[in-house]
Design a protein around this ligand. Structure first.
Ligand SMILES: Nc1nc2c(ncn2[C@@H]2O[C@H](COP(=O)(O)OP(=O)(O)O)[C@@H](O)[C@H]2O)c(=O)[nH]1
Ligand SMILES: [Mg+2]
Length: 449
């Protein structure tokens, strides 16, 4: 996936990565090579121009040329720019309502883009998150479309609403809505008919469905392999129907990757999910940072980014220590830490940066699966909750548990642990100033993570 783009961008970065001094000319050369790579990957020209200009502007700023390690700093800028062009973290989440009010998701897109498959994948995902979805078969055009959805529905264990011999999508929607009401369904996912090209009849039908169903999410399903065409399609659907987000399918294929980079910038619509294969599980929430990482390549280039991040993390670690002392460490800080750990690939290296923690934790002390659970729970909280854990009462706890696919007990455990962690951090940061006390009690202490 994204192989060619990755190769070209890594090659371009080799001009500057690892150099201890770089000049404006080096930057120009690297950026020119990245520009060619993006154009070849079928990224929209306007997007390429914007990307190039903002990267050059930032890279030529004092921060890079005068920094200790300008090569790494430059790679980091390219990485962060790629990520910001791909979207911002968190905007890919679905805007579904609480389970007591039914949510409606409308899947739309051209024929063959992957609507039906993605509808089932999404249903499976929501089911795993504790919701109760229903699939509605509103593709009444493509022969066999209803059957296909029924089969996929049974594969993922989600009911499918269909009407034999139906010819009006709004009627089928109303039937599905009625069924949903009677069966405690909290999310209705509507599969619709596409066409080979943009088509007036299709748009009119979707407009009627939208009018009737008032969807919370209107997800365009677009085929990553179509490159820039996906952007034009998204624009057209957005103008005619209005979109809330995009599902980019066939991201597993050897795509040129251009669609991912252009979609957000041109349409302003966030990428919410990517399809990464034909199986129901091959479906991931879209993470700009992760995809930026993939584009940059997994090898040595990424390790350079990580090193640059490490330099930045040292400053963060100092701030963290101040927070520990003042007991103003919040759940938000914790989440931030987990995320930087992920970026750096190692919790130990992060902990080693914190005075008093260095050498206290070995890699085996860290339970990776547990970190994932913690991140899921923390991400399901609102910013306000993370800023002040004291407001998280029973009803918030059960919402967070549902959102993160965990249990109320898991959430409670995390909160308890957090309180312990704060107390311990305060103690440790005091001890950090008194090495003898640290020696006496530090060894054998479990990391708060
Ligand atoms: N490799 C791969 N194939 C996919 C993906 N999503 C859908 N497909 C395949 O694309 C074809 C068309 O999908 P379908 O859901 O029927 O498209 P629809 O016409 O928009 O409903 C099917 O063969 C799917 O298995 C994906 O993310 N990766
Ligand atoms: Mg279909």
């Amino acid at each position: 996936m994204l192989d060619k783009l990755t190769q070209k961008v890594s090659d371009a970065l080799r001009f500057v990565a690892g150099k201890s001094t770089i000049t404006e000319k080096n930057i120009d050369d690297a950026v020119e090579a990245i520009k060619m790579a993006l154009l070849e990957a079928d990224v929209n020209l306007r997007v390429v121009r914007r990307f190039v200009n903002s990267t050059i502007e930032e890279a030529k700023g004092e921060r890079v040329l005068r920094s200790v390690d300008p090569g790494q700093q430059f790679v980091k800028i390219v990485h962060d720019k790629l990520a910001s062009f791909l979207g911002s973290e968190g905007e890919g989440e679905l805007a579904l309502r609480g389970p007591d009010v039914r949510s409606v998701v409308l899947m739309l897109g051209l024929q063959g883009s992957g609507k039906t498959t993605s509808a089932a994948k999404l249903a499976l995902r929501l089911k795993k998150a504790g919701r109760k979805p229903l699939l509605a078969a509103c593709d009444l055009v493509r022969p066999g479309a209803v059957e296909q959805l029924v089969i996929l529905g049974s594969q993922v264990g989600v009911p499918v609403y269909r009407e034999e011999g139906a010819s009006d999508v709004v009627r089928v929607y109303r039937g599905a809505d009625d069924y949903a009401r009677k069966n405690m369904i909290d999310t209705l996912i509507i599969d619709t008919a596409g066409r080979l090209q943009l088509d007036e009849v299709m748009m009119a039908e979707l407009a009627r469905l939208k009018e009737a169903a008032k969807p919370d999410e209107l997800l365009l399903v677009a085929d990553a392999m179509t490159g820039q065409a996906a952007v034009d399609i998204a624009k057209a659907f957005d103008e005619k129907i209005g979109l809330t987000g995009v599902v980019l399918t066939k991201f597993d294929s050897d795509t040129r990757g251009g669609a991912a980079l252009s979609l957000k910038t041109i349409t302003g619509k966030p990428l919410k999910f990517v399809g990464t294969g034909e199986k129901p599980e091959d479906f991931e929430p879209f993470h700009p940072e992760r995809v930026a990482g993939r584009i940059l390549g997994m090898g040595d280039v990424v390790s350079l980014v990580e090193k640059a991040q490490q330099v930045i993390s040292q400053t963060e670690a100092l701030e963290l220590q101040k927070k520990m002392e003042k007991e103003s460490f919040t759940l938000e800080d914790w989440l931030g830490q987990l995320q930087s750990v992920k970026k750096m690939g190692s919790l130990k290296s992060m902990l080693d940066l914190i005075p008093g923690m260095a050498g206290q934790v070995s890699e085996e002390d860290i339970d990776k699966a547990e970190l994932k659970v913690q991140e899921a729970i923390l991400s399901s909280m609102t910013r306000k909750e993370r800023a002040n854990h004291l407001i998280i009462g029973p009803s918030r706890r059960s919402r967070i548990a549902r959102g993160s696919g965990t249990s109320v007990a898991d959430v409670a455990r995390l909160l308890k642990r957090f309180e312990k962690m704060r107390t311990m951090m305060k103690k440790m940061s005091k001890m950090g100033k008194n090495p003898a006390a640290m020696q006496a009690t530090g060894r054998g202490m479990r990391a708060p993570f």
